[in-house]
Design a protein around this ligand. Structure first.
Ligand code: NAD
Length: 467
């Protein structure tokens, strides 16, 4: 196999960028066209590159190159005006060698099978990297949740749950929130599943079928902020070695939803300064600092950051944050000088054009696959360090695991316990990645995949492959 072993360190290499450049024979063997523009094949390429560096057996490589199950459903829903609309939904179950499939449900107009497959593979890697007893899955419905009434959203959720209820379960496949879904959607989903399934199972046990639920129906304290908390925990562990102190650093955030807004608030509470934000409504910049807490409140009310520059949010620090913020274009957002840029919006937003103008020392991937391989290559050539998504944003699934454990054992943890356990697992995953980077002399993304694949390889070695 003609794989190039890449070198670690600034300006040297990047797993997603170089990866195997789709030369692995596994692509042909599993019937996957090596399309460089396809998110799934890009993700498989990164995984196979790391698998080659580690020496993962061929049989495990072919298993991981395709999901175990790809479920596609169509279901009708009555809209408020009395008309019926047909919706398309997916659930992809990538791998369950380590435990039940686990991964979010996305409601978005651009939900596509290959993207869901890619996100499911990332979940397999994430759970393995953090050593959670879960495999990887992902799902979604092609719809625009923001154009629907709450009643329509509820009916879409319940019908989708009904359509896939035979294929999921509290010990088999456990969905969670993702883009366009939230704790309320999880509550509707859990209630529907419980109503449709075995009446001998206690109601509370059936609710374990999803995580990210409201606290009132078995959700965990600390789950809502968990992904942002995990991004910060990993950065606190890794940034000092990259010459950055969190206290006093300047950072920017792309996307100010769950992941972006919590990352920003927690960083700010540690003394970092948020200087630029962009979401689907627009961008703002303030070198004096944007108050992340005030902005989160504003976005919750107004649906986006646009217009915040007009808000006079006064914080106790004496700095009138929000005052002095200016509206900026997308190019101005990317070129704002920062220590750390946190992409926390959708996949594939950082292409070469954006990567060329990013003015950051580190990109900490809050979102899944936020850069294209070509964008990654530009960042790499410019010496910009990347903290990869499977490490940086694994806090969400980690606290989902804590929720599932609490539901299974009928206990509730304090938020202090959740945060302490999360920190312990995030630091361990970051340490594993650092060790793999050193041992295999590679970049951070490949190292994170190697640290994940080590666990999957060991599990296959002892379990064997049926029959
Ligand atoms: P969200 O729906 O809460 O927020 C998404 C954000 O992206 C919003 O602020 C939206 O304005 C912004 N956005 C959308 N299109 C944009 C555009 N064209 N330009 C700029 N901004 C745009 O979603 P989330 O839950 O915060 O997830 C964000 C990312 O993090 C996704 O990749 C998701 O898969 C990943 N992720 C989420 C979790 C979680 O626990 N929520 C866990 C792990 C990974």
């Amino acid at each position: 196999m003609s794989m190039t072993t890449t070198k670690g360190g600034k300006g040297k290499s990047n797993g997603q960028a170089k990866a195997g450049v789709m030369r692995s024979p596994v692509f042909a063997e599993v019937g996957l066209p090596p399309d460089p523009d396809n998110l799934y094949t890009q993700t498989v390429d990164v995984m196979l590159h790391a698998a080659e560096l580690l020496g993962v057996p061929h049989e495990v490589q072919i298993i991981l190159a395709q999901p175990k199950n790809e479920i596609m459903v169509h279901f009708p829903v009555r809209m408020d005006n009395g008309d019926y609309r047909l919706f398309k939904g997916y659930r992809v179950q990538h791998n369950n060698a380590l435990g039940p499939y686990k991964g979010g449900l996305r409601f978005h107009p651009h939900v596509h099978l290959d993207d869901v497959k890619s996100l499911a593979l990332l979940m397999t890697m994430k759970c393995a990297l953090v050593r959670l007893p879960f495999g990887g899955g992902k799902g979604g419905v092609k719809c625009d949740p923001y154009s629907m009434s709450p009643a329509e959203l509820m009916r879409v959720t319940r019908r989708f749950c009904a359509a896939i209820s035979h294929a999921i379960g509290p010990d088999y496949d456990i969905p969670a929130p993702d883009v366009g879904t939230n704790a309320q959607v999880m509550a509707w989903f859990a209630d529907t599943y419980e109503s449709l399934t075995d009446s001998n199972r206690s109601s509370w046990d059936a609710l374990r079928v999803v995580t990210g639920k409201p606290v009132e129906v078995g959700g965990s304290l600390g789950r809502e902020k968990a992904t942002g908390q995990g991004v910060v925990d990993v950065c606190v562990e890794l940034l000092p070695e990259m010459g950055i102190n969190v206290k006093g650093m300047r950072f920017s955030v792309l996307g100010f939803g769950n992941v972006g807004s919590w990352t920003a608030r927690i960083f700010q509470d540690l003394g970092a300064k948020l200087v630029a934000v962009m979401d689907h409504t627009g961008g703002i910049r303030n070198d004096g600092g944007i108050d992340a807490h005030a902005l989160a409140g504003y976005v919750a009310k107004n649906g986006g950051v646009d217009g915040f520059e007009k808000v006079q949010a006064v914080t106790g620090s004496g700095n009138k944050k929000g005052q002095g913020a200016t509206k900026i274009s997308a190019n101005e957002f990317y070129s704002t000088p920062v220590d750390v840029l946190v992409p926390a919006a959708l996949e594939q937003m950082i292409k070469p054009d954006q990567a060329k103008i990013i003015n950051a020392k580190v990109v900490a991937e809050g979102a899944n696959a936020p850069t294209t391989p070509a964008g990654d290559r530009v960042l790499m050539d410019r010496g910009i360090e990347i903290i990869p998504a499977i490490l940086a944003n694994s806090g969400g699934v980690t606290v989902s695991y804590f929720e599932w454990v609490q539901n299974k054992s009928c206990t509730t943890w304090s938020v202090e316990k959740v945060d302490a356990e999360l920190n312990r697992l995030m630091v361990a995953a970051a340490t594993r990645t650092k060790m793999a980077r050193k041992k295999y002399n590679t970049d951070m993304r490949s190292a994170a995949y190697i640290a994940a694949l080590e666990q999957i390889g060991k599990v296959y070695a002892v379990r064997g492959i049926f029959p």
